[in-house]
Design a protein around this ligand. Structure first.
Ligand code: URA
Length: 426
């Protein structure tokens, strides 16, 4: 077998068999196939796609480059989001599901580019450790029902090297490649049920609902073929989820929801997703599961789960009572409407990039992040805003010159002028 023949086959839309895909993945992971050949194959996949059988073969081949975990929890459920902006749902749904008796053992990633990562959010809590041993992880899930750790380096090494290459060669946004990347990691851990939150819109990898549905269907098929209970839900990422973007800012918003202080759209989305998890785990019909999820918040039980997980993972649980104990930014910059306007749309990916520019995210895997940085949004598409009102506030501890970030943030908002300017002019 050789790489050139495999690249040529995909280029000519000929179907690869399992042996060929596995050979390619193993030899690239071991360093025997150079980046330029793997890049050529990835680009051929982007142009011609893979069949379902090839995607399943790619998923298995990637999974089998590393260890697989045996966690052996009964009633375990995992939830995976395909990536978005301001997506702090894991911090809310995990404690809700655990408060309702499920075992949520979650391995998460760090943020890269415009999308945030759950691990960075949790690490913004002073002392919080995500590098637990598998034994510690299991023991926290057994005691408290909810734990999140960073993706184990021995799990799916192929995905690490392939994802890095895809990021550098514009080959991320292909449905079979995304499916194999996510599902290989999910199949390497062993939750009974897997809820996939597939996002579409300006802040997601999939820009259209149709593509998100295709990705969701493919991931479900691969999960089911591998023996999992698997369900994909499609959700809108044309706007940030909730108001806050950035690590400690998102933890603050998640705690507000868990405290029951914020019953808006974010809370409703989380109740819906948690209900899907509970339903999936056989806890009743959807109405009953929604009620259970909602009661986990109103009773304070979900907040208690979150507080205990923070404590068990070495963090300061007092953040649940006093949000000021989370990293606070040194500088801020308020962006106001110059005129009476109506917000038409928000470019969510661009806001993710602005947040990264402020220090909340990484351009490359080794970049340091500023946990306090980010954006608090005061507007959504469809809002009518009066001149002088705050559209959003930018926060950072490392950036005192906000000019580039502010310009890009303002350009991310599409609006139409409806009336007077802040100085009273028409
Ligand atoms: N998330 C992943 O883990 N992999 C992808 O390819 C895209 C999103």
């Amino acid at each position: 077998m050789n790489a050139l023949d495999i690249i040529n086959k995909t280029k000519r839309k000929q179907v690869l068999n399992y042996e060929e895909i596995s050979w390619l993945v193993n030899n690239f992971t071991n360093g025997n196939i150079p980046d330029y050949q793997m890049s050529a194959w990835l680009m051929a996949v982007c142009l011609n796609d893979l069949t379902e059988e090839e995607t399943l073969a790619l998923t298995y081949a990637m999974r089998d480059t590393g260890e697989t975990l045996r966690l052996e929890f009964a009633n375990s459920v995992d939830k995976h989001s395909t990536g978005g902006v301001g997506d702090k749902t894991t911090l809310i749904i995990g404690p809700i599901a655990a408060a309702c008796g499920m075992k949520v053992a979650k391995m998460s990633g760090r943020g890269l580019g415009h999308t945030g990562g759950t691990i960075d959010k949790l690490e913004s809590i002073p002392g919080f450790r995500t590098d637990l041993s598998i034994e510690e992880f299991k023991s926290i899930v057994n005691e408290n029902g909810f734990s999140v750790i960073a993706q184990n380096t021995d799990l799916c090494p192929a995905d690490k090297v392939m994802y890095a290459l895809r990021s550098a060669t514009a080959t991320v946004d292909n449905i079979p490649l995304i499916c194999a990347s996510i599902m290989s990691k999910k199949l390497a851990t062993d939750a009974d049920c897997l809820l996939l939150d597939v996002k579409y819109g300006s802040g997601a990898f999939m820009k259209t609902r149709r593509d998100a549905e295709r990705l969701g269907e493919l991931m479900e098929k691969i999960g089911i073929a591998a023996g999992k209970k698997c369900k994909a839900v499609i959700s809108d990422m044309n706007e940030p989820l909730g108001r806050n973007i950035g690590n400690s800012l998102e933890v603050m918003e998640a705690i507000e929801v868990l405290r029951g202080d914020s019953r808006g759209e974010l809370c409703e989305t989380c109740i819906d997703l948690a209900a899907e998890m509970l339903y999936f785990g056989g806890n009743g019909d959807m109405d009953e599961c929604r009620k259970m999820a909602s009661e986990a918040i109103t009773s304070g039980r979900a907040l208690e789960v979150f507080r205990r997980t923070i404590e068990l993972q070495g963090g300061d649980p007092r953040v649940c009572d006093d949000l000021k104990l989370l990293p606070q930014p040194r500088c801020s910059y308020v962006i106001r409407a110059m005129n009476d306007i109506e917000i038409l749309a928000i470019n969510c990916e661009e806001l993710g990039m602005v947040s990264m520019l402020l220090g909340a995210g990484r351009l490359t895997r080794d970049d340091e992040i500023d946990y306090s940085a980010g954006i608090v949004m005061n507007c959504k598409a469809g809002d009518k805003v009066t001149a002088g009102s705050t559209l959003m506030t930018l926060y950072s501890s490392i950036c005192s010159d906000f000019s580039e970030a502010a310009l890009r943030a303002l350009n991310a908002v599409d609006y139409r002028r409806t009336g007077r300017s802040a100085s009273g002019d028409r």
